[in-house]
Write a protein that binds this ligand. Structure first.
Ligand code: BV8
Length: 249
């Protein structure tokens, strides 16, 4: 496969989804058919779900934290980290994934659109989100120590953007600024390993095209929004990305 034409004037915006972590052994959302232990993910990963049954939600995230142990980035993550080394601030990596594997591969210019699995925050006070690898052994719901010290009961929650929750407005500001800046140069938009089902990420390709980007989708199969892309490369990201980005990841 001929590598993408990327030179010192090219700006690349990358959007990744669960497919880029599949070859690291992390199941995608589609693998489970949108289900987890016969619960719809949209129900478990939602404010209403947490309100209704916080223990069920902590079992879901505790199991996924356990699933991260020993998991390593794959060649697709490394190829994207190599690209950042070449492009610097002319690349921005926006991920829907919460597994932290892009950072583990060495990417530093990463926006975790949907949060981070090994980070928790208080569901009530405004203490800063903090690193938390505890699985709470699927048996208990953690409470906020700072609220407790004030004699209040507040539950900790995963620092994840649930369905029906707003994304961090600062992320949109950074993405829009990057796109506007790229619009005056050679602008590539590359989506990888995403089914194109979840908004607002699924519509980033439309905004990029309007700003003149050449748009590429790398995915194991056609996605819901494949037709929005100029180019579609079918295949596993761990094989395609090193070739497409011309890196020896
Ligand atoms: C928002 C954190 C606005 C959770 C995630 C009705 C009611 C309520 C909301 C909505 C609604 N209709 C639409 C919405 C909006 C909703 C949405 O889009 N829902 C969908 C389901 C229809 N979006 C939201 O709610 C967002 N917020 O809109 O706020 C708002 C405005 C005002 C007031 C309040 C709110 C928030 C969305 C964020 C949800 N959180 N993650 C967690 O992870 O626990 S999304 C979650 O699912 C993942 O993060 C991921 O993004 C998504 C799954 O998508 P993918 O990453 O694409 O993964 P998927 O498995 O689907 O696909 C993988 C692909 O890879 C496949 O195509 C496969 O073929 C391919 N693949 C597999 N292996 C490989 C591969 N490709 C390459 N190589 C391989 N080896």
């Amino acid at each position: 496969m001929k590598p993408l034409a990327i030179d010192e004037s090219t700006h690349v915006l990358v959007l990744t989804g669960a497919g880029v972590s599949k070859e690291s052994g992390i199941p995608t959302f589609r693998d489970a058919g949108g289900l987890w232990e016969n619960h719809r993910v949209e129900e478990v990963a939602s404010p209403a779900g947490f309100e209704a049954d916080p223990l069920l939600v902590w079992r879901f995230y505790g199991q996924r934290r356990r699933g991260l142990r020993g998991v390593l980035p794959n060649a697709g993550h490394r190829a994207l980290a190599d690209l950042e080394k070449r492009l610097g601030d002319r690349m921005l990596l926006v991920t829907q994934n919460v597994d932290g594997l892009h950072a583990a591969a060495g990417s530093t210019r990463v926006l975790e659109l949907h949060g981070n699995l090994t980070t928790s925050r208080c569901s009530r006070c405004d203490r800063a989100p903090f690193e938390d690898h505890d699985t709470y052994d699927g048996q208990r719901v953690p409470a906020c120590g700072e609220c407790h010290a004030r004699g209040e009961l507040a539950l900790l929650r995963p620092h994840i953007v649930w369905f029906g929750e707003r994304l961090d407005p600062d992320h949109f500001v950074r993405i829009e600024r990057f796109m506007r800046n790229a619009a005056g140069a050679r602008f590539l938009f590359l989506a990888v390993g995403t089914s194109g089902l979840v908004e607002p990420a699924a519509s980033f390709v439309d905004a990029a095209r309007r700003l003149g980007a050449e748009t590429w989708l790398v995915n194991f199969e056609r996605a819901a929004n494949t037709d929005a892309f100029h180019h579609f490369v079918e295949g596993p990201s761990g094989v395609v990305l090193p070739e497409l980005l011309g890196s020896s990841a």
